[in-house]
Design a protein around this ligand. Structure first.
Ligand code: 0X9
Ligand code: ZN
Length: 438
């Protein structure tokens, strides 16, 4: 009897120990960067391979636990920690600040499944104003949903189409929330606010909260800092940057996108190589946009075309004035200032991105809003849940203005009919590979 009691207490104590914060801390993982040459030496000494995330130049990124970290140390390998353990979502350590308040691994941020449920719920509550469209499927087979909001949503009307997207980039969780908040805002107030009724009655609004569902899920469950889609590229490398995979000025130079599959800005082997972007392209060809607004984070910016060059396009003054007005309306809410300007000058050059393609192809405004924070030190991609309400409160007035403006000034009827292709050719810079034109 005494013996079994003793064993029971031993088991209890070891159970408590295993659950203790100390052991949880010891089981944490890090994402580290080490020299490839050093890593090969490490392997050639007969050690077990470590979990390899990606290669960048002469460095390789590895996921290591404490023991493996010690092994690297003992082998005399210099380690550069890229991500702290809580950024890496191993099963034990994936809780982040976003988990603190509410249930679910990503707190009140919407996962793919939760987004799908919310869209379905909105359709059930507002059947006459909504229609849930699937654009097609992602690399891993997830549907990419567009919630169409209009007065006769199940019918194709001759009205301006306005697109609002989120989550080109997996780790930018708050970018999913703005399109969702906008959908709720429009639907919940349609019957009370004449201004909203007018917009919904006169336009067809397409809300696409998640363009990169595979990446978002990977960011939630596996590796918080994931950015690209989940295309497997061979050699243990995954992902194309969906915001470098559009055709306009695709691969214009290697500064605005990268030909290296291991790069975070890998543009893919050809334009529209990725299903997530290809199906969006096809939908927009069928339902040409009057405007598009793409949410990203972070940097607190309103970006207008071009991204590929600092040369301003023909409509720059008008788009600049729109961005200035949006910035004013944002600041009026919480006092936060969103700087604005061309993508190429206000943030950094990009090529093959959404805005250049939409503006270059259809001649209509396509903007990117980089949501707060302003700087890395203030939380970068890890926006707290409290930010969702605060940010949407300031974004919604600007988004309303954008939609109304493009509806009134860039409706398809105002476009010269049939010359979209000409427009694209006229605006195309000389260096583009014309084989890749859609
Ligand atoms: O690099 C990007 O794709 C965007 N920044 S992020 O940190 N969210 O990844 C910037 C895109 C800017 N492009 C244009 N405005 N054209
Ligand atoms: Zn982004």
């Amino acid at each position: 009897m005494k013996k079994s009691l003793f064993i029971f207490f031993c088991l209890l104590l070891s159970g408590l120990y295993l659950l203790s914060p100390e052991i949880a801390r010891r089981r944490r993982s890090w994402v580290v960067s080490v020299s490839r040459a050093e890593y090969f030496r490490f392997l050639s000494e007969g050690r077990a391979p470590l979990d390899r995330l990606y290669r960048r130049g002469d460095e390789v990124a590895l996921v290591v636990n404490r023991l493996q970290m010690n092994a690297l140390d003992q082998a005399g390998i210099a380690v550069d920690i890229l991500c702290w353990d809580e950024y890496y979502g191993s099963r034990e350590t994936r809780l982040t600040a976003a988990d603190v308040h509410s249930g679910g691994i990503n707190g009140i941020y919407h996962s793919y499944q939760e987004t799908q449920e919310l869209l379905q719920e909105l359709c059930t509550r507002y059947p006459e104003l909504t229609s849930l469209v699937t654009l097609g499927q992602s690399v891993e087979g997830r549907e990419i949903w567009a919630l169409k909001i209009s007065d006769q949503a199940d019918r194709e009307e001759n009205e301006p189409n306005v697109y609002v997207t989120g989550c080109h980039h997996a780790r930018e969780w708050i970018s999913v929330e703005m399109p969702l908040e906008f959908a709720r805002h429009l639907l919940d107030r349609y019957h009370e606010q004449a201004r909203i009724r007018q917009l919904v009655d006169q336009a067809q609004l397409y809300i696409i909260p998640i363009l990169n569902p595979d990446g978002l899920e990977f960011s939630i469950h596996t590796y918080r800092m994931w950015r690209k889609n989940r295309r497997y590229l061979g050699d243990l490398v995954w992902g194309v940057d969906l915001n470098r995979n559009y055709s306009y000025a695709w691969g214009y130079d290697d500064a605005g996108s990268s030909p290296d599959p291991a790069s975070e800005a890998y543009r893919g082997p050809v334009p529209f190589s990725e299903p997530e972007i290809l199906i969006l392209r096809d939908y927009l060809y069928q339902h040409p946009p009057s405007g598009m607004l793409n949410f990203h984070n972070y940097s607190q910016l309103i970006l207008i075309p071009w991204g590929f060059t600092a040369e301003p396009p023909a409509d720059y003054p008008e788009m600049f004035a729109m961005a200035a007005e949006m910035s004013d309306r944002i600041r009026a809410v919480n006092g936060r200032h969103y700087e604005f300007g061309s993508g190429a000058t206000a943030i950094y050059p990009t090529n093959g991105d959404s805005d250049d393609w939409v503006y270059g192809t259809f001649g209509v405004p396509s903007f990117t809003i980089e949501l707060p924070p302003l700087e890395f030190e203030n939380g970068h991609f890890f926006t707290s849940e409290d930010e969702i309400q605060k940010t949407s409160a300031e974004i919604l007035p600007a988004l309303m203005y954008f939609c109304e403006y493009v509806k009134d000034h860039f409706s398809p009827a105002l476009q010269a009919p049939g010359d979209r292709r000409d427009l694209e050719r006229d605006r195309k810079p000389g260096k583009i590979n014309h084989d890749f034109l859609p």
